[in-house]
Design a protein around this ligand. Structure first.
Ligand code: HEC
Length: 427
């Protein structure tokens, strides 16, 4: 080994015996190792270890090894990861680029995606990233902490150069006391180890003279890797801080850049429209206009005053109406129908020019409208309200009308709407 070559080349090293790095005792059975470990533990040694070809049951106890402190390190790393995940998203999503101090901070700022009027600082939406970072930090701390607490990685160890120690991987058991141990004394410790029962041999492990510095090639490789790893973040930072007139590089094209016409663009057809109108007289399957009352809300030339007789007005229909109303109408008219949906609120907040307030479903005008008229409002729209006939099936439109009637009644109830048995409770 390099150790032997080294001592041979330096003559004065041969005269001065090498400082012992440790003392080693060899055993030929796990039982002997266990008993010896208990004695060494009781003698109060602190820096020592046992080595065996296979795990020996009870060796931890015999050596008096305490529980590892690694879980605490992992816990702290997890808390740091959790905080980092929160801080990252808070910085990027909940602070605007305008408030950011100039400089590198702007890399983070200004990704405030406000979705469905959720607040920019929305904890439930942050949970996945927080969770992932907590796991990532804990996992890294587990691996790195385990290596650090074991003084690893270590590319040379005096024991590995000792010829006797080689049999540790096949059939021998060793107990090694480090020369760094506060109780270590070359002669006295040697005697102590010699009297251990069943000790096959006690030997001095000479100090390891192999170079301790990392080989130069490894250092250079690490430096190159670190430099390469810095490249992507630097490129990202440059892209964030500089302006360019070139279009973005799009590596995954999907179908983003294919030839196409947008709905209102001039198209290649003779009438210059991009999309084709439906052929006159087309009727979707099952939509053949048979029942005028059901499909148009009209009876003869008048608005129908009653629901179509083919429709059963029951709780199921009202539930359906409430659900559809929540989907199609509530954004403008509000869930209670009072004209205060989030679209209306936002338009008012932004002072949108030409904004027409959605009518309250509870107004006398709407209360006095025949059901057929409200049905027609949904189908074809009215004044500045867009039509929804294409999106909502006729039965569902009637269900919505029925639900509107329920909303109106809930706000304008009369005494005879209250069941007689509970009327006495009202004042
Ligand atoms: C995009 C916003 C918007 C949506 C969605 C919307 N409405 Fe309207 N609605 C309006 C506005 C605005 C008015 C008032 C129009 C005006 O006065 O010019 C209105 C008026 C009405 C009226 C009163 C019409 C009258 O008789 O004078 C009714 C009834 C009505 N909407 C029902 C509905 C129903 C039912 C739905 C769901 C299918 C719905 N609206 C969806 C914006 C909307």
């Amino acid at each position: 080994m390099s150790h032997a070559a080294h001592t041979a080349a330096a003559p004065h090293a041969a005269t001065a015996p090498p400082r012992p790095a440790a003392l080693l005792v060899e055993f030929d059975s796990p039982g002997a190792l266990l008993t010896a470990a208990e004695q060494v533990r009781d003698a109060g040694f602190r820096r020592w270890d046992t080595h065996s070809p296979f795990p020996v049951h009870g060796i931890d106890q015999a050596m008096g090894i305490r529980r590892t402190r690694l879980p605490w390190i992992v816990f702290v790393a997890g808390v740091v990861g959790c905080t980092a995940g929160l801080a990252l998203q808070w910085l990027t999503n909940a602070t605007s680029a305008a408030d950011a101090p100039p400089g590198l901070w702007t890399i983070f700022q200004g990704y405030n995606y406000v979705i469905s009027e959720k607040p920019a600082l929305s904890l439930p939406a942050f949970i996945p990233v927080i969770f992932e970072l907590t796991i990532l930090f804990s996992a890294l701390a587990t691996v790195i902490g385990m290596l650090a607490m074991n003084n690893l990685p270590r590319h040379a160890h005096p024991l590995l150069a000792h010829p006797r120690f080689r049999r540790v991987t096949s059939d021998r058991f060793f107990l090694v006391i480090d020369a760094d141990d506060p109780q270590f004394d070359p002669a006295r410790t040697r005697d102590f180890l010699g009297q251990l029962p069943a000790a096959v041999a006690v030997e001095t492990v000479p100090e390891d003279r192999s170079p301790t510095a990392l080989p130069r090639g490894v250092v250079i490789a690490i430096l190159i890797l670190v430099a390469l790893a810095l490249l992507p973040p630097l490129l990202v930072a440059r892209a964030r801080l500089s302006k360019s007139t070139e279009p973005r590089i799009q590596i995954i094209q999907d179908m983003d850049n294919q030839e196409r016409f947008k709905a209102q663009q001039a198209g290649p057809f003779a009438d210059r429209r991009a999309s084709r109108p439906t052929i006159a007289g087309t009727v979707a399957r099952g939509d053949l206009a048979g029942d005028a009352h059901l499909l148009t809300g009209r009876v003869g030339d008048d608005w129908a005053a009653a629901f179509p007789p083919t429709l059963e007005i029951d709780l199921r229909l009202l539930h359906r109406g409430r659900e559809r109303f929540g989907v199609y109408c509530a954004p403008c008219h509000g869930y209670g129908g009072a004209g205060d949906g989030i679209v209306a609120q936002r338009a008012l907040r932004l002072n949108t020019e030409g904004w027409v307030q959605p009518t309250s479903m509870l107004d006398a005008t709407v209360r006095d409208r025949p059901v057929g008229h409200i049905f027609n409002t949904i189908t074809n729209g009215i004044r500045s309200m867009p039509p929804y006939g294409d999106q909502i099936r006729p039965e569902d439109r009637w269900a919505i009308v029925a639900y509107i009637r329920a909303l109106q009644r809930s706000q304008n109830a009369r005494l005879d709407d209250v069941p007689p048995e509970v009327r006495a409770d009202l004042r």
